[in-house]
Design a binder for this molecule. Structure first.
Ligand code: MG
Length: 336
């Protein structure tokens, strides 16, 4: 199997601002693994929050030892990857799975034993801006499920402004911006605007503050589910957060690909947690991989391709907020 590494710059349709920072472009990496005349595609998203850059991802991938000649030896090949960026490892995992499906002539979801029953609508993400700008964007987008990015700077004003113009399902993501005391003050007030869930209110790290927050909210009768994103990268973190959160946000770039994403999903289920499947700013390569395991999840937040203007692959289709799992073999996508 021959692996090659290609820089892939994604242009965002609008400036994307979250509590960690703002960007107009993302610099991801495309991986190709060629075998027997077939090509598997994978993508690594360079997420600034995790310290990855296009250069560091490319350096890791270019330095990999040979992957061997057996594309079905997924566990052995993936377990042999050196420690490093989970996003870079995800690109190898996704490309190998694409190749696996192409060799067997089946879409990945079928090889996982899943059915492409109608998926829940994916949310559309609104970055942080002035409340009236965020509200206007929600109205203009006309999506039935909206994910609102918030920070600690009067988040209630943003949610109130959005609620005035939209009755969409609202989920909010604080990206770790609140202290436990702020979260306990804010969440009961935000809950009045009918929120589906709240993502990562607190900093990642200690589990205790999440357990404290959940208990305090419950004792005040606030039952809005709290999901962990930054706090939970892999199945091991899920187990550590059992009893402290209601759900986990699974992303291939955090788990290091599809195999650990499946383990993370099953671990969360075993602990009675809900699952939201999400993505970074990724093209159709990374997001179509996620689409193939979407039938296992409760909520979808897979709007990456909708946020970018220059997707280099086709095959992943959306009808408004509803995504359709590609039917071709492997990932089911091809270069435009
Ligand atoms: Mg998040």
């Amino acid at each position: 199997m021959k692996l090659s590494v290609h820089p892939m710059t994604l242009n965002l349709r609008t400036t994307f601002r979250v509590s960690h920072g703002a960007s107009n472009q993302r610099h991801n990496v495309l991986v190709k693994i060629e075998h027997d005349g077939l090509t598997g595609y994978g993508e690594a998203a360079a997420v600034p929050y995790y310290g990855d850059t296009q250069e560091s991802l490319s350096a890791y991938l270019n330095a990999l030892p040979p992957l061997g000649d057996d594309p079905f030896a997924l566990e052995a090949v993936l377990n042999s990857l050196p420690n490093g960026s989970h996003a870079a490892q995800a690109a190898v995992d996704i490309a190998l799975h694409d190749l696996w499906g192409k060799l067997l002539g089946q879409p990945l979801y079928r090889l996982f034993g899943l059915t492409p029953a109608p998926l829940p609508p994916t949310s559309f993400t609104i970055g942080i801006d002035a409340p009236e700008v965020m509200a206007a964007r929600v109205k203009e987008s006309n999506y039935p499920v909206i994910k609102v990015k918030l920070d600690a700077d009067d988040p209630e004003a943003a949610v109130a402004a959005i609620r005035r113009v939209s009755d969409a399902k609202l989920r909010v993501d604080a990206n770790a911006a609140w202290t436990p005391e702020q979260a306990l003050d804010l969440i009961p007030r935000l809950a009045q605007y009918d929120l589906e869930l709240i993502e990562q209110p607190l900093a990642r790290g200690a589990v205790g503050p999440f357990a404290w927050l959940r208990d305090e909210l419950r004792s005040r009768g606030v039952t809005t589910p709290i999901f962990a994103d930054e706090s939970v990268k892999t199945s091991r973190d899920v187990a550590a957060h059992a009893g402290a959160i209601d759900g986990v946000v699974v992303k291939l770039m955090k788990t290091g690909g599809l195999r650990e994403a499946l383990r993370t999903i099953h671990t969360a289920r075993a602990h009675g947690m809900k699952i939201m499947l999400s993505c970074m700013v990724e093209s159709s390569v990374g997001v179509s991989a996620a689409a193939h395991i979407a039938p296992l999840c409760d909520h979808l937040d897979l709007d990456g391709p909708l946020l970018i203007a220059n997707d280099a692959f086709s095959g992943l289709r959306y009808d408004g907020a509803v995504m359709f799992i590609p039917e071709g073999s492997g990932l089911g996508i091809s270069p435009c």
